[in-house]
Ligand binder design. Sequence first.
Ligand code: 5GP
Length: 204
Amino acid sequence: MRNGLLLVVSGPAGSGKGTVLSELLGKSSDFCYSVSATTRAPRPGEQDGVNYFFLTRAEFEKRIAERRMLEYTEYVGNYYGTPRDYVDAALADGKNVILEIEVDGAAQVKRLFPSAVLVFLCPPDLETLERRLRGRNTETEEVIARRLQKAKEEIMHATEYDYIVVNEEGGAARAAEELLAVAQAERLRAGRCAEERIRSFLGA
Ligand code: 5GP
Protein backbone atom coordinates (compact mmCIF):
# COMPACT_ATOMS: atom_id res chain seq x y z
CA MET A 1 0.00 0.00 0.00
CA ARG A 2 1.17 3.52 -0.72
CA ASN A 3 2.20 5.82 2.11
CA GLY A 4 -0.36 8.39 3.15
CA LEU A 5 -0.04 12.12 2.74
CA LEU A 6 1.32 14.37 5.45
CA LEU A 7 -0.99 17.37 5.53
CA VAL A 8 0.15 20.32 7.64
CA VAL A 9 -2.52 22.88 8.52
CA SER A 10 -1.62 26.20 10.12
CA GLY A 11 -3.66 29.31 10.78
CA PRO A 12 -3.94 32.00 13.41
CA ALA A 13 -6.25 31.76 16.41
CA GLY A 14 -9.68 32.68 15.06
CA SER A 15 -9.07 31.10 11.63
CA GLY A 16 -11.50 28.32 12.58
CA LYS A 17 -8.97 25.45 12.26
CA GLY A 18 -10.76 23.28 14.81
CA THR A 19 -14.17 23.52 13.11
CA VAL A 20 -12.79 23.00 9.61
CA LEU A 21 -10.71 19.97 10.63
CA SER A 22 -13.67 18.37 12.47
CA GLU A 23 -15.70 18.77 9.25
CA LEU A 24 -12.91 17.16 7.24
CA LEU A 25 -12.46 14.23 9.65
CA GLY A 26 -16.25 13.71 9.59
CA LYS A 27 -16.29 13.62 5.77
CA SER A 28 -13.54 11.09 5.14
CA SER A 29 -12.07 8.14 7.01
CA ASP A 30 -8.84 8.40 4.98
CA PHE A 31 -7.63 11.11 7.35
CA CYS A 32 -6.40 10.95 10.88
CA TYR A 33 -5.38 13.66 13.31
CA SER A 34 -2.04 13.70 15.06
CA VAL A 35 -2.52 14.69 18.72
CA SER A 36 0.31 17.01 19.75
CA ALA A 37 2.16 17.17 23.02
CA THR A 38 2.35 20.42 24.97
CA THR A 39 3.53 21.84 28.28
CA ARG A 40 0.70 24.37 28.48
CA ALA A 41 -2.04 23.76 31.03
CA PRO A 42 -5.28 22.15 29.79
CA ARG A 43 -8.14 24.61 29.13
CA PRO A 44 -11.55 23.79 30.60
CA GLY A 45 -12.99 20.78 28.77
CA GLU A 46 -9.69 19.69 27.22
CA GLN A 47 -8.76 16.03 27.72
CA ASP A 48 -5.34 14.44 27.91
CA GLY A 49 -4.73 12.26 24.85
CA VAL A 50 -7.65 13.83 22.94
CA ASN A 51 -6.82 17.52 22.56
CA TYR A 52 -3.17 17.22 23.56
CA PHE A 53 -0.82 15.03 25.53
CA PHE A 54 -0.19 17.34 28.47
CA LEU A 55 3.41 16.98 29.68
CA THR A 56 5.68 18.67 32.17
CA ARG A 57 8.69 20.53 30.79
CA ALA A 58 10.97 17.76 32.08
CA GLU A 59 8.92 15.06 30.31
CA PHE A 60 8.85 17.09 27.11
CA GLU A 61 12.61 17.70 27.18
CA LYS A 62 13.24 13.99 27.80
CA ARG A 63 11.23 13.16 24.66
CA ILE A 64 13.19 15.71 22.66
CA ALA A 65 16.45 14.11 23.85
CA GLU A 66 15.11 10.66 22.91
CA ARG A 67 14.26 12.03 19.42
CA ARG A 68 10.61 11.16 19.90
CA MET A 69 9.40 14.51 18.53
CA LEU A 70 9.07 14.88 14.77
CA GLU A 71 9.18 18.65 15.25
CA TYR A 72 8.73 20.98 18.18
CA THR A 73 8.77 24.64 19.02
CA GLU A 74 8.28 27.07 21.89
CA TYR A 75 5.17 29.16 21.39
CA VAL A 76 4.15 31.87 23.87
CA GLY A 77 6.25 30.28 26.63
CA ASN A 78 5.26 26.64 26.17
CA TYR A 79 6.58 23.68 24.22
CA TYR A 80 4.43 22.16 21.49
CA GLY A 81 5.48 19.14 19.46
CA THR A 82 4.41 16.27 17.23
CA PRO A 83 5.01 12.73 18.59
CA ARG A 84 6.92 10.82 15.90
CA ASP A 85 5.66 7.25 16.44
CA TYR A 86 2.00 7.94 15.69
CA VAL A 87 2.78 9.81 12.47
CA ASP A 88 5.18 7.13 11.17
CA ALA A 89 2.69 4.33 11.85
CA ALA A 90 -0.33 6.12 10.34
CA LEU A 91 1.56 7.11 7.17
CA ALA A 92 2.82 3.54 6.73
CA ASP A 93 -0.81 2.42 7.10
CA GLY A 94 -1.73 4.57 4.07
CA LYS A 95 -3.59 7.21 6.10
CA ASN A 96 -3.42 10.93 5.39
CA VAL A 97 -2.12 12.45 8.58
CA ILE A 98 -3.13 15.96 9.61
CA LEU A 99 -0.74 18.03 11.71
CA GLU A 100 -2.35 21.15 13.13
CA ILE A 101 0.75 23.15 14.00
CA GLU A 102 2.12 26.70 13.88
CA VAL A 103 4.40 28.17 11.22
CA ASP A 104 7.80 27.29 12.72
CA GLY A 105 6.83 23.62 13.12
CA ALA A 106 5.40 23.60 9.58
CA ALA A 107 8.74 24.78 8.18
CA GLN A 108 10.58 22.03 10.12
CA VAL A 109 8.22 19.38 8.72
CA LYS A 110 8.73 20.64 5.16
CA ARG A 111 12.53 20.37 5.59
CA LEU A 112 12.24 16.81 6.93
CA PHE A 113 9.53 15.67 4.50
CA PRO A 114 9.67 17.71 1.28
CA SER A 115 6.59 15.76 0.11
CA ALA A 116 4.47 17.14 2.99
CA VAL A 117 1.68 19.45 1.84
CA LEU A 118 1.40 22.75 3.72
CA VAL A 119 -1.98 24.48 3.85
CA PHE A 120 -2.53 27.87 5.46
CA LEU A 121 -6.05 28.42 6.73
CA CYS A 122 -6.87 32.09 6.60
CA PRO A 123 -9.71 34.14 8.03
CA PRO A 124 -11.27 36.34 5.30
CA ASP A 125 -10.19 39.68 6.85
CA LEU A 126 -9.09 41.37 10.05
CA GLU A 127 -12.59 42.47 11.07
CA THR A 128 -13.88 38.89 10.89
CA LEU A 129 -10.88 37.64 12.84
CA GLU A 130 -11.41 40.25 15.54
CA ARG A 131 -15.11 39.41 15.75
CA ARG A 132 -14.30 35.69 16.12
CA LEU A 133 -11.74 36.36 18.85
CA ARG A 134 -14.17 38.61 20.73
CA GLY A 135 -16.96 36.07 20.21
CA ARG A 136 -15.19 33.68 22.57
CA ASN A 137 -15.95 36.19 25.31
CA THR A 138 -13.26 34.75 27.51
CA GLU A 139 -10.36 37.10 26.91
CA THR A 140 -9.33 40.54 28.10
CA GLU A 141 -8.78 43.45 25.67
CA GLU A 142 -5.06 43.05 26.16
CA VAL A 143 -5.09 39.37 25.22
CA ILE A 144 -7.30 40.08 22.20
CA ALA A 145 -4.89 42.78 21.03
CA ARG A 146 -1.92 40.39 21.47
CA ARG A 147 -3.65 37.61 19.54
CA LEU A 148 -4.55 40.01 16.71
CA GLN A 149 -0.93 41.15 16.49
CA LYS A 150 0.25 37.52 16.50
CA ALA A 151 -2.29 36.68 13.77
CA LYS A 152 -0.92 39.49 11.56
CA GLU A 153 2.61 38.13 12.02
CA GLU A 154 1.50 34.58 11.24
CA ILE A 155 -0.38 35.59 8.10
CA MET A 156 2.88 37.06 6.73
CA HIS A 157 4.15 33.45 6.55
CA ALA A 158 1.35 32.36 4.21
CA THR A 159 3.75 32.72 1.26
CA GLU A 160 5.79 29.74 2.58
CA TYR A 161 2.78 27.41 2.20
CA ASP A 162 1.70 25.30 -0.78
CA TYR A 163 -2.00 26.22 -0.56
CA ILE A 164 -4.16 28.87 1.06
CA VAL A 165 -7.73 28.08 2.04
CA VAL A 166 -9.96 30.94 3.21
CA ASN A 167 -12.45 30.09 5.92
CA GLU A 168 -15.31 32.50 5.15
CA GLU A 169 -18.00 33.29 7.71
CA GLY A 170 -20.21 30.18 7.93
CA GLY A 171 -17.96 28.50 5.36
CA ALA A 172 -16.31 25.71 7.37
CA ALA A 173 -17.91 22.97 5.25
CA ARG A 174 -16.63 24.59 2.09
CA ALA A 175 -13.14 25.07 3.52
CA ALA A 176 -13.14 21.36 4.48
CA GLU A 177 -14.14 20.46 0.87
CA GLU A 178 -11.25 22.55 -0.39
CA LEU A 179 -8.81 20.76 1.92
CA LEU A 180 -10.16 17.46 0.64
CA ALA A 181 -9.65 18.65 -2.96
CA VAL A 182 -6.04 19.59 -2.15
CA ALA A 183 -5.39 16.13 -0.70
CA GLN A 184 -7.03 14.38 -3.66
CA ALA A 185 -5.01 16.37 -6.19
CA GLU A 186 -1.77 15.83 -4.26
CA ARG A 187 -2.27 12.07 -4.17
CA LEU A 188 -2.58 12.11 -7.97
CA ARG A 189 0.66 14.00 -8.47
CA ALA A 190 2.79 12.04 -10.95
CA GLY A 191 5.79 12.41 -8.65
CA ARG A 192 3.95 10.42 -5.99
CA CYS A 193 2.31 7.70 -8.04
CA ALA A 194 3.78 7.39 -11.58
CA GLU A 195 6.12 4.47 -10.82
CA GLU A 196 3.36 2.50 -9.13
CA ARG A 197 0.96 3.20 -12.05
CA ILE A 198 3.53 2.11 -14.66
CA ARG A 199 4.28 -1.11 -12.74
CA SER A 200 0.61 -1.88 -12.38
CA PHE A 201 -0.04 -1.08 -16.10
CA LEU A 202 2.77 -3.41 -17.19
CA GLY A 203 1.68 -6.05 -14.70
CA ALA A 204 5.19 -5.97 -13.20
P1 5GP B 1 -3.16 26.44 21.51
O1 5GP B 1 -2.39 26.69 22.77
O2 5GP B 1 -4.07 27.59 21.15
O3 5GP B 1 -3.88 25.10 21.52
O4 5GP B 1 -2.09 26.33 20.32
C1 5GP B 1 -1.19 27.36 20.06
C2 5GP B 1 -0.52 27.14 18.72
O5 5GP B 1 0.31 25.97 18.76
C3 5GP B 1 -1.49 26.92 17.56
O6 5GP B 1 -1.07 27.72 16.46
C4 5GP B 1 -1.34 25.45 17.24
O7 5GP B 1 -1.59 25.16 15.86
C5 5GP B 1 0.11 25.24 17.58
N1 5GP B 1 0.45 23.82 17.82
C6 5GP B 1 -0.33 22.86 18.36
N2 5GP B 1 0.32 21.69 18.39
C7 5GP B 1 1.54 21.90 17.84
C8 5GP B 1 2.68 21.04 17.57
O8 5GP B 1 2.69 19.84 17.82
N3 5GP B 1 3.76 21.63 17.01
C9 5GP B 1 3.80 22.96 16.70
N4 5GP B 1 4.91 23.41 16.12
N5 5GP B 1 2.75 23.78 16.93
C10 5GP B 1 1.64 23.26 17.49
